[in-house]
Design a protein around this ligand. Structure first.
Ligand code: IMP
Length: 396
């Protein structure tokens, strides 16, 4: 059978704990590739008590043996990339960036922030990182790509022209030229035809993992528009964002948090703007890894999770942050809606899951909760995370 790439994707609004899973799985994969989004993502990984926050670089970077790929569907802010890469020493030979990936330029960030400010209380609550405007330029065919750094003089002119067209005050030409020179110097060493690389990897039988960023419910087409991000976050996004055919995607692992969180505005039916929400936020440390914003918190929404499992073709689920529900007397799950209002089913709480090392070790009530999620989504849970550390994980 032909070798296929596996894929992980968040089934809620992002922040499900994908970073930890990719880090765990990256130990087994030869290639780890990002296919969409940019540094709006924030993956936190804790190894032996040390915390790493990754925004753009695939989480496989913490496995010295994995090759990391930033695919054509990703948008790259050059200076943020340079900063992030500096944490890891020399990445040459371990990281490749698609020449076709678009760059996030300063005016994208300015436009993002200005658009949000202009929307007042209707704002989306973006990360302010220029993601939407960079993708808008890509679609409008006026964007700049990593490969454009090979002709610095031309890129400088293109950038200045864009400022002009947009009616924005451009920085002095020398400043733009110096930025472009720095980016060319620091980024082109990673430039590659990453689609060909991934094909070769698959042909050579290499184990390849596609790492989705954000979450299904933030998908530009399938989320609650306009309260979405500007890329296709679903599994299908990997085909366009990495250059793989649909049939080259093998196992799809959905990452699901034991409750729900959302950063930014938009519908969130099971949100708890009360002591329950506060408790989830405190215990779950639900503050954005990218922006530090407090996340909105609420109960697990099964119909949405089921939708996400279907649209991604999830073969299995990883249930994250089950320990955050420790100590709740009652845990609720939205099982359906009545006129847009959630219908909840109540579950008995448990004292503590953090010490469990096998599914049978888990308190009975926690086992029932996990079983209910499986039943409601129709997808088997194969991994349960019971703490932030790499080792706090139960496999089934
Ligand atoms: P943007 O991606 O910065 O344009 O933001 C659009 C929406 O997606 C906002 O609600 C953000 O809070 C949300 N968002 C973007 N990236 C992430 C992420 O990595 N995790 C969770 N939410 C995100």
């Amino acid at each position: 059978m032909a070798n296929k790439a596996d894929l992980i994707v968040g089934v809620q609004w992002g922040d499900e704990g994908k970073g930890k899973i990719v880090d765990l799985l990256a130990q087994e994969y030869d290639y780890v590739a990002r296919y969409q989004g940019g540094h709006n993502a924030g993956h936190t990984i804790v190894i032996d008590g040390k915390k790493y926050v990754l925004h753009l670089i695939p989480s496989g970077v913490l496995n010295p043996k994995a090759v990391n790929i930033i695919g054509n569907g990703v948008v790259i802010c050059p200076d943020e990339f340079i900063k992030e890469a500096a944490q890891f020493g020399d990445l040459r030979g371990r990281l490749y960036i698609s020449k076709n990936a678009h760059l996030i330029l300063d005016y994208h960030i300015a436009l993002d922030q200005a658009a949000e400010a202009g929307l007042g209380d209707k704002k989306i609550g973006t990360t302010g990182r220029g993601i939407g405007p960079a993708y808008a330029d890509k679609i409008a065919r006026v964007g700049a790509r990593l490969g454009d750094l090979y002709d610095q003089a031309r890129l400088v002119d293109t950038i200045l022209e864009r400022y002009d067209r947009l009616g924005l005050n451009a920085p002095p030409k020398a400043e733009v030229a110096s930025s472009v020179a720095r980016w060319a110097d620091r980024l082109l060493v990673f430039a590659a035809d990453t689609t060909q690389m991934l094909w070769q990897a698959l042909d050579d039988g290499k184990r390849t993992l596609l790492e989705g960023a954000q979450g299904t419910l933030l998908d530009i087409d399938h989320g609650a528009y306009p309260f979405v991000t500007s890329s296709n976050t679903i599994a299908g996004g990997a085909c366009t964002g990495a250059g793989l055919a649909p049939k080259e995607i093998g196992k799809v692992i959905g990452i699901v948090k034991a409750y729900c969180t959302r950063v930014g505005n938009g519908p969130f039916a099971t949100e708890q703007t009360n002591a329950i929400g506060d408790r989830l936020r405190e215990k779950g440390e639900e503050f954005g890894a990218s922006t530090g914003r407090a996340r909105r918190c609420g109960w697990f929404d099964a119909p949405l999770a089921k939708f996400a499992c279907r649209i991604n073709g999830a073969d299995e689920l990883a249930l994250m942050k089950l320990d955050v529900l420790d100590g709740f007397e009652e845990i609720k799950v939205c099982v359906d809606y009545d006129d847009g209002k959630p219908i909840y089913k109540s579950f008995k709480g448990w004292e503590r899951v953090s010490k469990a090392r096998s599914f049978d070790d888990l308190p009975k009530a926690a086992q029932s909760y996990a079983a209910a999620i499986e039943e409601l989504t129709g997808v088997k849970i194969t991994l349960i995370s019971t703490g932030a550390d790499r080792n706090d994980a139960i496999y089934r």
